[in-house]
Design a protein. Sequence first.
Length: 134
Amino acid sequence: SGCSASALRIHAIAADTSGALLDATCQEVRATRGAEQLAVPHTTLEETQALVDGVRARWAPAVAACNVVAEAHGAWVDAIVHAVTVGELDLTIALPLALHVVTAWADLVPLASAVGLALPPPPTELVQLTGGAR
């Protein structure tokens, strides 16, 4: 079912806000992982590679979760862009996509915390749009 231009605007604002925060959040995940990799002591090639592999393995769940959130966000944005072209947002598509962003983000936060990185929760605009789900 479709929705009004104001609902489309609310989705667009929430997507923009969450997209900016998501970009910064996942950049922080990747940058912190990269810094840990660079800090690995350089001994023999095999030892260094094993240490780098260990860092990558430790960070893999958080990086994978960032990818899931980014893909979910991209699908939601695609639905919003489509709505702009047709003049109506289908809430039966948009709300589940937004909810997927919230739940994927909620999955990311503890995974990042497990490797020592405190990330923000999903933006308030997004949580409110999805009925307070987290």
